[in-house]
Ligand binder design. Structure first.
Ligand code: NAD
Length: 324
């Protein structure tokens, strides 16, 4: 029989947002260790707590810990403490070095043998495979489960998870991931989730650049942005970058372009994903000329001081480089 999910009857401890006192209550839940409560992890941990799980949360940032506490998690003093007695351990950290360090220094020593390790960070395929192998050598089951969807989807519990690991490990991780997302897809063996993530984002980076340069050229040729959108969004130039995340302000759905390119998916994160994709392609001997060009352009955008703005800020950047 396939795994039925993380259901353990146990007492949960939450803090009252009014009194700050710990309140105990009985409910069906699992104890979940959550490490990395940033833009994405904060919302994800909150959704696990909202679903009734007993979330032991850790981050290096006191501010992130305070937000997690207000969202119903129990803040703890270390990553090892978050793992103590946990049935599932979720990590949502910036990059592969952080994941390898947290796993080696804290998770492997503190996780119960029955725990399922779920890394949701976007990291390189090689590190994802190394930490999974190290986990398996210690008798622990691990999956890589990077996400598609930004901060809003993390908060709303509508992420898409692409999961690498054995079928048995996938079945154990699935109920926790389903609490935080709208789709949980088994991509293959360990590392396959990360492979899917970087290939997907290589398409996204390339189509965003293409959409931005088309809008900039259209303007230069005297074409109204709205007219171009109306045509391209129902023609063969259509893509997610055009119709769901239009980089031209005032056109299409409400996007970061309508908010001076604030919020959304930071240029620095897109650059990180494109670097991972191009490095993986080099290792594999696979030509990715479009992905490499997109990486080069996002490097230029980040070098221009735009690393913190949404990645659709490629449009004003390209427009500013046009000959007058
Ligand atoms: P973030 O920088 O906001 O959060 C990372 C958190 O990890 C920070 O709060 C930091 O203090 C914490 N941290 C770092 N080292 C730690 C350690 N040793 N122990 C405990 N905590 C530690 O980043 P984010 O935007 O939440 O992204 C997290 C991951 O999700 C990244 O891998 C990113 O590529 C991926 N991702 C982000 C988005 C997005 O839109 N932001 C979308 C999809 C995927």
């Amino acid at each position: 029989m396939r795994c039925s999910g993380p259901r353990t009857r146990r007492k949960a401890w939450r803090r009252s947002s009014r009194s700050g006192r710990a309140i105990g209550r009985d409910t069906d839940m699992a104890r979940v260790g959550f490490i990395g409560l940033g833009n994405m992890g904060g919302g994800m941990a909150a959704n696990l707590a909202k679903a009734g799980h007993d979330v032991r949360a850790f981050d290096l940032s006191a501010e992130a810990l305070a937000k997690a506490e207000a969202a119903g998690c129990l803040p703890v003093a270390s990553a090892a403490e978050a793992c103590d007695g946990a049935e599932a351990i979720v990590t949502m950290l910036p990059a592969g070095t952080h994941v390898a360090q947290v796993y080696t220094e804290s998770v492997f020593g503190a996780a119960p043998p029955s725990a399922i390790l779920i890394d949701c960070s976007t990291i390189d395929v090689a590190t994802a495979r190394q930490v999974a192998e190290a986990a398996q050598a210690k008798g622990l089951a691990a999956v890589d489960a990077p996400v598609s969807g930004g901060i809003a989807a993390a908060a709303a519990g509508t992420l898409t998870f692409m999961v690498g690991g054995t079928p048995a490990a996938f079945d154990r991780a699935q109920p926790y991931l389903a609490t935080m997302g709208k789709a949980v897809i088994h991509a293959g063996t360990n590392g396959a989730g990360q492979a899917a993530k970087i290939c997907n984002n290589m398409i996204l980076g390339s189509t965003m650049v293409a959409t931005c340069e088309a809008f900039a050229l259209a303007a230069k040729l005297g074409l109204e942005a709205q007219a171009f959108y109306d045509i391209a969004s129902v023609s063969s130039g259509q893509s997610w970058s055009m119709t769901s995340y239009c980089p031209m302000p005032g056109v299409g759905p409400d996007t970061p372009a309508d908010h001076d390119y604030q919020g959304g998916f930071a240029t620095a994160l897109m650059l990180k994903d494109l670097r991972l994709a191009v490095a993986a392609a080099e290792d594999a001997g696979a030509p990715v000329p479009m992905g490499a060009k997109a990486r080069e352009l996002y490097e230029a955008l980040a070098d221009a001081g735009e690393g913190g703005r949404d990645f659709s800020a490629m449009l004003p950047f390209l427009a500013s480089r046009q000959a007058r």
